[in-house]
Design a protein around this ligand. Structure first.
Ligand code: GZL
Length: 346
């Protein structure tokens, strides 16, 4: 009798397990699979953008996110894209490290019927129907806002001297570098500012420090403004400036060096509050929710906008300039405080 009971229980257990496994498999297959090719983990900003995607594409939201860290190499991202296509994911989200070199792989995804959403940076392709939508920042406008603030600030302190700028660029060929650099070069031309040094520091802190050190060696006593294309580079530049014996600040008439930066990460805003970064223009990494809404609409067969620009602010610890104007549009400049920093999610 006991043997029969045992057999029955085992059978039931197997049956239940079988049912349980089947239920898990069904749940998994019911999830929408999203392949995410991320550039890397080079900056706090990048980590925040990855967190934004992971928070938006999780199982409770009905997604299985397949994350790939490209380690800042395009070939790794192209490899990940091909693996996503081969494994027939439902959607691909790509943050392209640089603008060129994506046409063929994006066409493969299109021909495989896999919609691609671009986030953050943009691509330069022959046929922009190879991707369904892009959500990110207007990098040229970010740079124009930074340069408009610099012009307004120098005017507010009646600074008449030379403006000699060390330009620490982001990854060459990335849309963030292209936009922020074009804005500075255009403003320097218009305002008679001198770009006395210009070098790529790949958006990373260590490189930002090395590049600043070599620039100071070459023309340290000339430089009075440093334009860093992200906060990680600015943190490195500040270290180098202080090691060189100069002061990162805003009193350039008295030999201080003014640091301008982008991203508005927590560390960047803390340096802004401390007066070591004069202006930090935000680059909003929280596009995971937007990308999820786009895919949710696509799942329902809805048409989505091809471009979506993130809202962004500017922060300073200096009160001389409260608003700036670019192409007739006025933007606020926010005075940074501990409360503002505490209230942000990156
Ligand atoms: C800009 C983004 C840049 C950030 C950097 O959208 O691509 O890359 O400004 C990051 O911090 O490395």
């Amino acid at each position: 009798m006991i043997a029969i009971m045992l057999a029955l229980c085992t059978g039931l257990a197997f049956c239940a397990c079988g049912a349980k496994e089947k239920e898990v498999v069904e749940k998994e297959t019911a999830l929408t699979t999203v392949g995410f090719s991320q550039i890397g983990a080079e900056s706090d900003w990048r980590l925040a953008s990855t967190s934004s995607m992971q928070a938006s594409f999780n199982a409770t939201m009905g997604y299985r996110l397949v994350y790939d860290d490209g380690q800042q190499k395009q070939e790794n991202q192209l490899k990940a894209m091909r693996e996503f296509i081969d494994s027939e994911v439902d959607y691909i989200v790509l943050d392209p490290i640089t603008e060129l070199g994506w046409d063929a792989t994006l066409m493969e995804a299109k021909e495989a019927g896999i919609p691609v959403i671009l986030v953050d940076r943009q691509v330069s392709v022959e046929d922009d129907s190879v991707y369904t939508a892009w959500v990110g920042s207007d990098f040229l406008l970010e740079g124009q806002r930074a340069c408009a603030w610099l012009e307004a600030y120098l005017s507010s302190i009646s600074y008449e001297g030379e403006v000699n700028i060390a330009h620490i660029q982001g990854t060459t060929g990335s849309s963030a570098q292209i936009g922020r650099s074009d804005a500075l070069e255009e403003a320097a031309e218009q305002m008679g500012w001198n770009i006395v040094a210009q070098e790529d520091a790949d958006f990373v802190q260590a490189k930002g420090r090395e590049v600043m050190e070599s620039m100071l060696e070459e023309c340290g006593d000339l430089i009075n403004v440093v334009y860093c294309e992200n906060d990680s580079e600015a943190l490195g530049a500040i270290e180098a400036i202080e090691n060189y014996g100069k002061t990162p600040g805003s009193n350039i008439a008295e030999g201080e060096i003014m640091v301008i930066s982008f991203d508005a990460t927590e560390d960047g805003l803390r340096q802004t509050l401390a007066g070591k970064i004069a202006l930090d223009t935000e680059c909003n990494p929280n596009y995971g929710t937007v990308a999820e809404k786009l895919i949710s609409s696509l799942k329902k067969g809805e048409i989505v906008p091809h471009e979506y620009y993130m809202e962004e602010s500017q922060f300073s610890g200096l009160s001389e300039v409260n608003t700036i104007t670019v192409d007739g549009k006025t933007y606020d400049v926010t005075m940074v405080t501990d409360a503002i920093i505490a209230g942000r999610n990156y």
